[in-house]
Design a protein around this ligand. Structure first.
Ligand code: NAD
Length: 318
C-alpha cells in the first residue's frame, strides 16, 4: 500500500521543502500539508493543505481518518532562540504535539512517525568536538530540554508500545526558500541575504563560534532516507546524530568573500551567543552512516555557491 503522509508544521523552514520533496516522491495528493498559518502558495496549491493545530489530537485524528493517513511528520515546534523568550509556551507546544502524535500511533491510527530532534539536546558539559552519539547530555535551554525529553518519549513509545517513530538530531539547517523560524543558527541563512542586499552583515554570534550545520537538501534527503529504511536497520529510537559541515561566522564570511569580494562582517554577540556556546562544534554521525548509509553531499563551498546563485535570482518564496 502506498503511504499517505500528514505534515504538521509544513509552512516552516524545513516543512516547506520537505513537503515539496515528499510530493515528488509519493505524489502530490498523497502528502497533506498542514500548519496553524498559511504557507507559500506553491506548497499550498500543489496538494492538499489544512489548518491544524499540532497539539489538537482530535483534529489530527479527524484528518488522519479523512485522508487515510499512514505516516505523520511532526515539524511544529518553537525553536531555540524564541523558546528562551517564551519557555512555558515552548514546552507546551513541543511536548504536547509530540505526545498527541505518539498516542495516535500507539492507538494504531498511523503506522509511522517522524519527529526531529536537534543538537540542542547537548549542553555545556558535552564533549564539543565530534560529539558522540552517546555522551553527557545536560542541555541548558528550554528548547534543548524539550528535545531531550522528546527523544526519550519516542524511545519509550517504541519500547513499550512498538511505535515506529524515527528521529534525527538536526544541526543548523541552511536554506534560501523559506525564512528560518527563530533558531540560534539563523545567522548562517541571513548572512547570505545581507551579503547580496547590502554587502554587509552584523553577526549576532562571535567570529570564532563554530557550530554544526547542514544544507537543506541534505537534511531533506536524510529524513526521507531514514523514514524509508527497514525497521530492523533503525537501531536508535531516541534520535540519530547527523552531520555534514561545521564552520564559524568568520569562515562562512571568507567563503562569501570569494564570490562578493567587497563583503564585510561585524560582530555584536547577543543572548544567542550563550546558547551557541553550550552546543557542540562538530558531530560524530558514524551510527547514521553505518545503520542506514547516510552520506551528506554539500560542503561549505558548494552550499555557498548554491545559496548565492538562488538568492540572486530572487526566488525566495516568502
Ligand atoms: P519553523 O519555525 O520554521 O517552522 C515551524 C512551523 O510550525 C511554523 O510554520 C509554525 O507556524 C508551525 N507551528 C507553530 N505552532 C504550531 C501549532 N500549534 N500547530 C501547527 N503548527 C505550528 O521550524 P523549522 O526550522 O522548520 O523546524 C522544524 C523542526 O525541525 C522543529 O521540530 C525544529 O525543532 C527542528 N529543527 C530545526 C532546525 C533548523 O535549523 N531549522 C535545527 C534542528 C531541529
Amino acid at each position: 500500500m502506498s503511504e499517505v503522509i500528514l505534515i504538521l508544521g509544513a509552512s516552516g523552514q524545513i516543512g516547506n521543502e520537505l513537503t515539496e520533496k515528499l510530493r515528488e516522491v509519493y505524489g502530490n495528493n498523497q502528502v497533506i500539508a498542514s500548519d496553524i498559518r498559511t504557507g507559500n502558495s506553491m506548497m499550498m496549491n500543489a496538494g492538499p493543505f489544512e489548518i491544524i493545530d499540532a497539539t489538537d489530537k482530535d483534529t489530527i485524528l479527524k484528518m488522519i481518518k479523512k485522508y487515510h493517513v499512514t505516516q505523520v511528520y511532526l515539524l511544529a515546534a518553537m525553536l531555540s532562540a524564541t523558546a528562551e523568550q517564551y519557555p512555558e509556551k515552548a514546552w507546551s507546544l513541543n511536548m504536547n504535539s509530540l505526545l498527541a502524535v505518539l498516542d495516535l500511533a500507539k492507538e494504531k491510527h498511523i503506522k509511522q512517525v517522524y519527529w526531529p530532534s536537534s543538537i540542542a539536546v547537548f549542553g555545556p558539559t558535552t564533549p564539543k568536538e565530534k560529539t558522540p552519539q552517546k555522551t553527557i547530555m545536560e542541555p541548558s535551554t528550554v528548547y534543548g530540554i524539550s528535545k531531550l525529553s522528546g527523544e526519550f518519549w519516542c524511545n519509550y513509545y517504541h519500547e513499550k508500545y512498538g511505535v515506529d517513530v524515527r528521529s534525527l538530531r538536526y544541526p543548523g539547517i541552511i536554506s534560501w526558500k523559506t525564512k528560518p523560524g527563530g533558531g540560534t543558527t539563523d545567522y548562517a541563512v541571513d548572512i547570505y541575504f545581507k551579503a547580496i542586499e547590502s554587502g554587509h552583515y552584523n553577526c549576532f554570534l562571535s567570529k570564532e563560534t563554530r557550530l554544526p550545520m547542514m544544507y537543506m537538501n541534505d537534511a531533506v534527503e536524510a529524513t526521507i532516507q531514514l523514514m524509508q529504511a527497514k525497521p530492523s536497520d533503525i537501531k536508535i529510537r531516541t534520535a540519530y546524530n547527523l552531520a555534514s559541515m561545521d564552520f564559524s561566522p568568520e569562515e562562512i564570511a571568507s567563503e562569501i568573500k570569494k564570490h562578493i569580494p567587497g563583503f564585510t562582517i561585524t560582530y555584536s554577540p547577543d543572548f544567542r551567543q550563550k546558547i551557541a556556546d553550550s552546543w557542540p562544534s562538530s558531530i560524530d554521525d558514524t551510527a547514521a552512516k553505518k545503520d542506514w548509509n547516510w552520506q551528506p553531499k554539500y560542503t561549505l563551498q558548494s552550499m555557498t555557491e548554491t545559496m548565492l546563485k538562488n538568492i540572486k535570482k530572487g526566488e525566495r518564496s516568502l
